[in-house]
Design a protein around this ligand. Structure first.
Ligand code: AGP
Length: 606
């Protein structure tokens, strides 16, 4: 997902634009650029690769301006190179864009037919030409901008400079987030609160379709129909400490270690420690609910899978969990008496947002389990179920995952009590189990040195298989996803019972097989799966707990012993070993842990 910053300022802007872009690196990118209004003209500086390449260009050829825009690009249309790097210029207009313009080809053909030529392969450049063409008809900048927005279909967040307008930045959002940052004698535009965080914590979240004109001491917001509106100013506690790596090498490492605290903060928002009762915000009557439909992507989808196991087991409430990109296009049979729960760390994932909107249109009540509490999803649902793990910067989700699972557990307990499938005593017992989880997670993180030793071997593998049963089958998917997305080693997660239906053909003495087997009701079956793969030369990494290790079959290449835990929270405890394994394998391989190739922290395009 691209990152955007705009500043209408009263002091040199180049370094501040770059400082903000560094805050946006976590979103994933392959090129970067800035532009500024210099003596009425607009100058650009762009570079392929990381921001330090852009810094070198600016050092070589300084940009002296007080009003400017900046961008980190995650390529959608056009290769990642300088020519396609933003900002893009056409005539008097220079702009940056996050999103995809779906009708850009027809617009480009129309502009070419009118004699305009293009210097990039991007959809973004088309927007610049459209605004410039409207300006050429004599329209004022804001009117030319609005006329252009009305012609676009698709998703955009935009920041725009106009030649000769040193005290103006234009912005707009549809489908991609954009915020205004309120400063003293200067105004900011950014993709999110982190982008403007170095300059202000007073943030205005633009709504879908809003567009805005900023000058250095004011801003005017208009809704999609062109009516002037005001949006609430929020003070966002994006403290610098939450964004620094501390003494960790990577944000991901820090975020793995932050999990006990993140889960603690999240759990305490859903349980009453005095009465040991669980509750979720909002007026959902679980006793009358006939189904929960969970829609999500990636790791959030896997957190939803864990939720399914627990909610159905405890509350006898049917739960369907679906990949949002499939769900939204398959015409699902939905009933208005169901609840749709979107799961999303960013609250901006395009497919999840579309699936959520689909369900809302069918009359379903809606909730979102989300980290970014001012995100688009958070502002569109009936009820927000926040996680409180702080900003997650590493592209590979870790602390958000366990915080989401914590919410799922609290939800399962609250729904079970409301539906009468557990009594008050059992609710209190389960709440106490949940409250102990952060301590057990911290103990599991203490396995890091043992995991590091395994990592060197796993780093040599071509393929890795993860197996588990019950909720651990979901965690097997998560372990495989973590490994592949940061170390680039092919990995697959499977329900262990599926082994003999195909995957066992993969087993040889070259393929590490990670078996997740806490000592729960599935343990015996998992132990027999372990024997099956060892009989075929499989190199088993057996991740169990202090109870399971007493009963584990001999012969595993490695046994990792996590603290024993109640099945209610075992996915929280067993997450740390698989996250640490992926992390240390990626470190051994010298991979870009926090910003893996081709990935973005939040996928706001389809
Ligand atoms: C997980 O490590 C990935 N970063 C990715 O699968 C992510 O979970 C997915 O893109 C969903 O993002 P969201 O939670 O912000 O919606």
């Amino acid at each position: 997902m691209c990152g955007i910053i705009g500043i209408v300022g009263n002091k040199p802007v180049a370094e501040r634009l770059i400082e903000s872009l560094k805050r946006l690196e976590y979103r994933g990118y392959d090129s970067a650029g800035i532009a500024g209004v210099v003596g009425g003209k607009v100058e650009r500086r762009r570079a392929k690769g990381k921001i330090k390449a852009l810094e070198a260009v600016v050092a070589e050829d300084p940009l002296v301006a007080q009003t400017g825009i900046g961008h980190t690009r995650w390529a959608t249309h056009g290769a990642p190179n300088v020519q396609n790097a933003h900002p893009h210029t056409a005539g008097r207009v220079t702009l940056v864009h996050n999103g995809i313009i779906e009708n850009f080809a027809e617009l480009k053909a129309e502009l070419a037919a009118a004699g305009r030529t293009f210097s990039s392969d991007t959809d973004t450049e088309v927007i610049a030409h459209l605004i410039d063409a409207e300006l050429a008809t004599g329209l004022a900048p804001l009117d030319a901008f609005k006329a252009t927005l009305d012609r676009l279909t698709g998703a955009y967040a935009l920041a725009v400079l106009i030649e000769g307008e040193a005290n103006l930045v234009l912005g707009a959002r549809r489908g991609s987030p954009l915020v205004v940052g309120e400063g003293q004698g200067e105004m900011f535009l950014g993709s999110d609160a982190l982008a403007v965080g170095p300059f202000t914590n007073r943030v205005v979240y633009l709504d879908e379709g809003d567009y805005v004109a900023l000058d250095h001491d004011s801003y005017r917001i208009f809704d999609a129909s062109g009516v002037a509106v005001t949006r609430p100013v929020r003070v966002v506690p994006t403290s610098a400490v939450m964004l620094e790596k501390g003494n960790y090498r990577h944000f991901m490492e820090k975020e793995i270690h932050d999990q006990p605290e993140g889960c603690q903060r999240t759990i305490s928002a859903y349980v009453d420690t005095l009465t040991s009762r669980a509750s979720v915000p909002g007026d959902i009557d679980f006793s009358k609910l006939d189904r929960i439909q969970i829609v999500a992507c990636g790791t959030s989808f896997i957190a939803g899978m864990v939720g399914k196991y627990l909610i159905e087991q405890l509350a006898d409430l049917p739960v369907d969990v679906e990949i949002a990109s499939e769900f939204r296009y398959r015409t699902p049979a939905l009933r208005s008496g169901s609840l749709v729960v979107a799961m999303s760390q960013s609250g901006e994932t395009a497919d999840t947002l579309a699936a959520l909107r689909y369900c809302k249109a069918k009359g379903m009540k809606s909730a979102v389990v989300v980290n970014a509490q001012e995100s688009t999803m958070a502002r569109e649902v009936d009820v927000v179920w926040p996680i409180h793990c702080g900003p997650e910067i590493g592209v590979a989700s870790t602390k958000a995952f366990t915080a989401q699972v914590s919410v799922m557990i609290a939800l399962a307990i609250a729904a079970a009590k409301a539906r009468g499938t557990i009594d008050a005593a059992e609710e209190q017992r389960l709440v106490k189990v949940l409250l102990e989880a952060p301590r057990l997670i911290a103990e599991a993180i203490g396995l890091e040195d043992a995991i590091k030793e395994i990592a060197a071997d796993v780093a040599k593998a071509r393929d890795v298989l993860y197996l588990g049963r019950g909720p651990m089958s979901a965690l097997a998917l998560e372990g495989a996803l973590k490994l592949k997305e940061i170390s680039y080693i092919h990995a697959e997660g499977y329900a262990a019972g599926e082994l003999k239906h195909g995957p066992i053909a993969l087993v040889d003495d070259q393929t590490p097989i990670v078996i997740l087997a806490p000592h729960d009701s599935y343990f015996e079956k998992s132990a027999s799966n372990m024997s099956e793969v060892m009989a075929r030369g499989g190199q088993v990494i057996f991740i169990t707990d202090t109870e399971g290790v007493k009963h584990a079959p001999a012969g595993a290449k490695v046994v990792v012993t996590a603290p024993a835990s109640d099945p209610l929270v075992s996915t929280l405890v067993m997450s740390a070993p698989i996250q640490l394994l992926a992390y240390h394998v990626a470190v051994v391989k010298g991979a870009d842990v926090d910003q893996p190739r081709n990935l973005a922290k939040s996928v706001t395009v389809e």
